[in-house]
Write a protein that binds this ligand. Structure first.
Ligand code: FES
Length: 105
């Protein structure tokens, strides 16, 4: 199982064994990471926004779709390595990735 690290707003970290096939958003919600994910993954809310900690990791991910980019534009605290986590599937290739909850939602 790939290990994903979620960094909370207070700086604490949770390392989880993620299940392949779920989205990163679903993994975060299952592990009480403080994102809202209001639309439950239908790419209609931007409240599953998280920041990929490391530029190298960001570049390893499949690039965001145009629809994701449009929705990301509505996210608070947007950064150059921001993603909507409902659009990232957990695979073994994600082992070691670190994602940070943005300051604002
Ligand atoms: Fe709404 Fe990801 S959960 S866009």
């Amino acid at each position: 199982m790939p290990k994903i690290t979620f960094i909370h707003r207070d700086g604490s970290e949770t390392v989880v064994d993620a299940k392949a096939g779920l989205s990163v958003m679903e993994t975060a919600v299952e592990n009480d990471v403080e994102i809202e994910a209001a639309c439950e993954g239908s790419l209609a809310c931007a409240t599953c926004h998280m920041v990929v900690e490391d530029q190298d990791w960001y570049e390893k991910l499949d690039p965001p779709s145009e629809d994701e980019e449009d929705m990301l534009d509505l996210a608070f605290g947007l950064t150059k390595t921001s993603r909507l986590t409902c659009q990232i599937r957990v695979t073994d290739a994600l082992d070691g990735i670190r994602l940070r909850v943005p300051e604002e939602t």
